[in-house]
Design a protein around this ligand. Structure first.
Ligand code: NAD
Length: 281
């Protein structure tokens, strides 16, 4: 495993599992098995409605809480609820969250940010993250923050390497966690000839080449999979290095086009989605 050191000195593993779209039972089973296999980073969210399942998976794995880097995200409907962090901690059955994100930059994000800062001061959160913030919104956050953020979580893969955003993050010593690191399973990306060629050279699959590219580009990754063989494969990427020339060839695949197009309308819609997170199994 390689580690990313954040601008506040906290270290996080560079690869872990994400449980987006998993039922509570699936989250429980996959977190348990991933931790047993040596994975130490888990990414969930209020909105995934599987924080309790994730917590059960951690507990059943037998791995000590302090050995797991636990990431979750507040949903916009709770940014103004001052119990949001405590309720999240209760669902996760833990006293602290390693990295807590604001999931979406809805117009009430500042209330959520102050809540996370308060939780940092109280020792309930170790690092602050902003998910789906554009470079302009990030600049607003840097100016607003009393405690500067550590990470962003955004879509990133070889077709959309986030070049502009990364320049800004580097200036602030911030890290990038890539969602859709494998392009959400897009066959066009995974079947690029270049990855097959490099895979042959290193004895790795195309997915492993893409994930290795992320690591060498400095991105933390959370590839999604329910397939145990894929999960194992996705972490077996720390025993080879792509050359600089190969990294450049992959950089040339940049289409500067995300799969997911956000919009003001979507953000307004997100704000109106307000499930009862405590009702989850
Ligand atoms: P991904 O890019 O990880 O792609 C997953 C797809 O790739 C699945 O179809 C899977 O079957 C396939 N796959 C996985 N490993 C493979 C392998 N070794 N070989 C071939 N195919 C393989 O996209 P994702 O799962 O949608 O996203 C990953 C994580 O990102 C989520 O679990 C979640 O934690 C996070 N996420 C965050 C946000 C956000 O708004 N912050 C949004 C979306 C996703």
């Amino acid at each position: 495993m390689e580690y990313f050191e954040m601008n506040n000195g906290v270290r996080m593993p560079m690869a872990g599992i994400g449980v987006f779209t998993f039922t509570p039972a699936e989250a429980e089973a996959s977190v348990e098995s991933a931790l047993r296999d040596g994975v130490r980073l888990v990414d969930t969210a209020n909105a995934y409605m599987n924080e309790r399942g994730t917590a059960r998976g951690i507990s059943k794995s037998g791995v000590k809480r302090e050995e797991v880097f636990l990431v979750t995200k507040l949903w916009p409907s709770v940014y103004e609820n001052e119990n949001a962090v405590d309720e999240t901690l209760a669902r996760l059955n833990t006293e602290y969250i390693d990295l807590l994100f604001l999931h979406q930059p809805t117009r009430n994000w500042k209330a959520g940010y102050r809540q996370i800062e308060k939780a940092v001061k109280e020792g309930k959160v170790r690092a602050i993250g902003l998910s789906n913030f554009s470079p302009d919104m990030l600049k607003e956050a840097f100016a607003f923050a009393e405690i500067q953020p550590q990470m962003v979580q955004v879509e990133a893969h070889p077709y959309y390497p986030q070049t502009e955003l990364k320049a800004l993050l580097n200036e602030h010593g911030m890290g990038l966690m890539a969602w859709y690191p494998l392009g959400h399973g897009d066959k066009n990306l995974i079947q690029e000839e270049l990855f097959a060629e490099l895979g042959k050279k290193y004895g790795k699959s195309s997915a492993q080449i893409i994930l290795r590219w992320h690591i060498q580009a400095g991105n933390v990754i959370i590839p999604g999979s329910r397939n145990p063989q894929h999960i194992r494969e996705n972490f077996d990427i720390f025993n080879f290095d792509l050359t600089e020339e190969e990294m450049e060839k992959i950089a040339a695949l940049d289409k500067n086009t995300p799969y997911y197009q956000g919009s003001e309308e979507m953000l307004e819609r997100y704000l109106s989605i307000a499930p009862d997170f405590n009702s989850q199994e």
